[in-house]
Design a protein around this ligand. Structure first.
Ligand code: PLP
Length: 387
């Protein structure tokens, strides 16, 4: 017998199966012969070929999120932005027009304002809380609408039902980025949305150690186009990140419930301080969209709280320095609470006037509440705000 040119390890036989999903790092899969490979490509048999085209860890994760959202056939891609990009580019072509909410995630705004127009796709941004303004932004050649459920960092709540009805009546697909609300609070497919997007990086994975996105279309043909486009663009998800995110997902419900309850209590506590000019939390009666929140987000206000300190940038600096044990970091959805300051990070590219028009002053903070013991967390904020 000749010696094999390269001896690879042999996977040990086992009649038992692992309880935990194995981490499958292999980029490529071997087939027994060309007929077997043909059968796979023709869909007569199930099998993976090449990780950019799909791999088990991404499919396992996508299946779990499908279940949470009441969707079928969703895919996991390399980031939330990859999910947004795949959604837009699967539907739109040169000559089309798209309408987006005016307070989208920063990179989504950049896609709308800079990249899509460069490809010959015109875009308009409109206020998603104002259905009349949104309708006025539509053109005969509008082919897609992109909205987020809750705006960052002002936590304004989109008129999802109105916008979805508008899309329906005009035959325009509506894509909803559900990152902030998660399927616990809002399930966009139940409301009739056509495309659904998540940054898994945030609350779903929940530990700031995996960057991933999820995207699914209700229409099977559009969904198939999104899967093909993702493979062509090469925005496949890392198996390790999928494996980490799957692990995170198993505790998502508990984490989100804990964080949301704490967020409601923190909002109450913040509102008691004289140095706090206003608190924005969808569960509070003084939130500008509270009525909409109580219908659309009947299960709760979520884990995000924003507030505005009196005293401008000086007061903001003092507060952050005094806030002990809470990370000042421009992200959200971590297992621990993070505080971010829009004027110096996510919204730094805007002029002061443009920021103020959105209600974002130098004293404006957004808090992504995590899973700490509520009293400890609220105590830390109270200590930092004490006059
Ligand atoms: C973070 C975020 C994204 C982008 O997700 P990444 O995983 O960071 O690429 C998109 N939409 C919203 C609402 C987000 O918060």
């Amino acid at each position: 017998m000749t010696k094999p040119p390269m001896k690879r390890a042999v996977w040990p036989d086992s009649v038992s199966r692992p309880l935990v999903t194995p981490l499958q790092a292999s980029v490529v899969y071997t087939a027994v012969d060309p007929d077997a490979l043909d059968a796979q490509y023709e869909g007569e048999t199930n099998g993976y070929t090449y990780a950019r085209e799909g791999h088990p860890n991404a499919d396992v994760l996508a299946g779990l999120i499908d279940g949470m959202e009441g969707a079928t056939g969703g895919q996991v891609v390399s980031s939330g932005m990859a999910a947004v990009t795949v959604a837009m580019l699967s539907v739109l072509k040169a000559g089309d027009h798209a309408v987006g909410a005016d307070q989208l995630y920063g990179r989504s705004l950049r896609l709308m304002n800079e990249e899509l127009p460069r490809m010959g796709i015109a875009t308009t941004l409109a206020d998603p809380t104002d259905i009349t303004a949104f309708e006025a932004a539509l053109r005969p050649e509008t082919r897609m609408i992109l909205v987020e459920t809750v705006a960052n960092p002002t936590l304004r709540i989109a008129d999802l039902e109105g916008i979805i009805a508008l899309g329906r009546s005009r035959g325009i697909p509506v894509a909803v980025d559900n990152t902030f609300t998660t399927p616990v609070l809002i399930r966009p497919f139940d409301l009739g949305a056509d495309i659904l997007i998540h940054s898994i990086t945030k609350m779903l994975a929940g530990h700031s150690d995996a960057t991933l996105g999820y995207v699914v279309a209700r229409d099977a043909e559009v969904n198939e186009r999104m899967i093909t486009l993702a493979a062509t663009l090469g925005v496949n998800a890392s198996p390790f990140d999928c494996w980490m995110a799957e692990r995170g997902l198993y505790t998502f419900d508990m984490r989100f419930e804990r964080a949301s309850n704490t967020a409601a209590a923190l909002a109450e506590a913040l509102a008691r301080f004289e140095s706090v000019a206003r608190v924005l939390y969808p569960g509070r009666p003084d939130h500008p969209d509270h009525n909409r929140a109580s219908v659309l987000m009947a299960k709760g206000g979520g884990n995000m709280v924003s507030f505005e300190l009196n005293g401008g940038r000086d007061a903001a600096n003092r507060f952050v320095r005094a806030l002990d044990g809470v990370a000042f970091a421009p992200t959200l959805g971590d297992v621990a609470t993070t505080v971010s300051h829009a004027a110096s990070s996510s919204h730094r590219a805007l002029t002061e006037d443009a920021r103020l028009a959105l209600g974002i002053s130098q004293g404006f903070f957004r808090v992504s509440v995590g899973c700490e013991a509520p009293d400890d967390l609220i105590g830390a904020f109270e200590a930092a705000l004490k006059p």
